[in-house]
Design a protein around this ligand. Structure first.
Ligand code: NAD
Length: 398
């Protein structure tokens, strides 16, 4: 079939397999352009491996230090006329390209919160790798089924006072005002259960009990602090409470990780267009301004630039690296530079429909949204017939 984008709100319900493969190829090319990292990890588990920061981490590990990788994700294959999800196509492309390069790559598709998927992952590590030396937790989920069977949902809401802001419609490129009422306590608690550190701790506990974490193993989880303009909806909102819980979990994990001479880190990453970020109200204006100024300053990065910098200049640089007063690794250093934030702050309330393309990089932000679904890549013929059914071998139990 011929596949074109189908945008509804902040969702695009069609994805292009060849474009998704191109995305993965470009990310690999970036990692290869940075050269091999002799200190990089060799056996890596990525939980949330099919999009955004998780996929980029997997590519940085595989192509930066020839790591064997196991990816856990929750993605949808194609069904009749419906394309697969972008993460399905990207994981299938990654697996093929990694295996072509002689690298081990296996996948588990299912609910990472469940006991069954944790067990299937442990079985696979035992069967194929014995132990692993890095666990990257990069899950961004709207809901979680708890061990007792109850399902809790995360909310993207402010806390204490309502939030008034604007979002940008991807189809019409028009600014729309949004107003969100403050979250109820239950919504805050539920968001912490979904996006906080508890499941990361459960994973590490299960992996340690199974004896599959190697001596010196490192585990990471990703957080966002962002500029002041984003605080009311992000860091001071429900999702921010979940991120505070990650800091708690990282501290709680130091002791169990020490039993294998390992460490747990939260890494603070830059604000970027990913599936998860595109759903956050009010982020479109901030990110469009951020892209504008960071591109003009030459400091703009995508997920792959961020994760490769995280590996090469921090976690696996072979040298002692700086952490902040909470023990976090900071990769949002360029985003939070004074001149970058001063620009965002000065333009924030001036954005209108008329000047959108002039003072923001909404065009670049929209391109990133389309590319996330495999559209808009040079060298891909979008008028050609393409088979939406892309097979991917999945490990037992998923
Ligand atoms: P994303 O939406 O691109 O990826 C989320 C991943 O989680 C996908 O691989 C998806 O398949 C997987 N997933 C979701 N539910 C699952 C489930 N139940 N079981 C198994 N897999 C599941 O998200 P992202 O933006 O890359 O976010 C990853 C982490 O990075 C999050 O903690 C996020 O808060 C953080 N982060 C994001 C940004 C940003 O701007 N995007 C900035 C800093 C930190």
């Amino acid at each position: 079939m011929i596949i074109k984008p189908k945008i509804k709100g902040f969702l695009c319900t069609a994805c292009h397999p060849t474009g998704c493969e191109m995305d993965v190829k470009q990310q690999i090319a970036h990692v290869e352009s940075q050269g091999k990292n002799p200190n990089g990890p060799k056996r890596v588990l990525v939980i949330g491996a099919s999009g955004g920061y998780g996929l980029a981490s997997r590519i940085s590990a595989a192509f930066g230090s020839d790591a064997a990788t196991i990816g856990v994700f929750f993605e949808r294959p194609a069904v009749r006329k419906r394309t697969a999800s972008a993460g399905w196509y990207k994981s299938a492309a990654f697996t093929q390209l990694a295996q072509d390069a002689g690298l081990y790559a296996e996948n588990i598709n299912g609910d990472a919160f469940s006991v069954e998927i944790k067990q299937a992952t442990i079985d696979l590590i035992r069967r194929d790798l014995g132990q692993i030396d890095m666990v990257i937790y990069s899950l961004a989920a709207p809901a979680r089924q708890l061990p007792d069977g109850n399902v809790v949902r995360s909310a993207l809401k402010p806390i204490g006072e309502s939030f008034k802001g604007a979002t940008i419609d991807f189809n019409s490129a028009e600014l729309r005002s949004i107003e969100l009422e403050p979250a109820e306590q239950q919504e805050i608690d539920d968001t912490v259960q979904v996006m906080g550190g508890e499941d990361w701790e459960l994973w590490i506990q299960a992996l340690l009990e199974a004896g599959v974490l190697a001596d010196g193993c490192v585990t990471t989880n990703y957080t966002y602090l962002g500029g002041e303009a984003t605080w009311p909806i992000y860091y001071h909102g429900t999702i921010g409470r979940a991120k505070v819980d990650l800091d708690r979990a990282a501290k709680a994990l130091q002791e169990p990780m020490a039993s294998v001479n390992g460490k747990a880190y939260v890494a603070v990453m830059k604000g970027l267009m990913t599936q998860a970020a595109s759903a956050i109200p009010g982020m479109a204006v901030y990110l469009s301004l951020l892209f504008k100024i960071m591109k003009s300053e030459g400091t703009h990065e995508g997920c792959i630039e961020q994760t490769t910098r995280l590996f090469n200049t921090r976690l696996f640089s072979g040298e002692v690296f700086d952490v902040d007063d909470q023990g976090r690794v900071r990769l949002d250093d360029w985003e939070l530079r004074d001149e970058i934030q001063a620009f965002v702050k000065s333009q924030w309330s001036k954005v209108t429909n008329e000047n959108l393309d002039e003072i923001t990089d909404f065009a670049g932000y929209r391109d990133a949204f389309l590319q996330m679904h495999g559209f808009g890549f040079e060298g891909v013929d979008y008028d050609a017939e393409v088979d939406p059914d892309v097979p991917m071998v999945l490990a037992a139990g998923s």
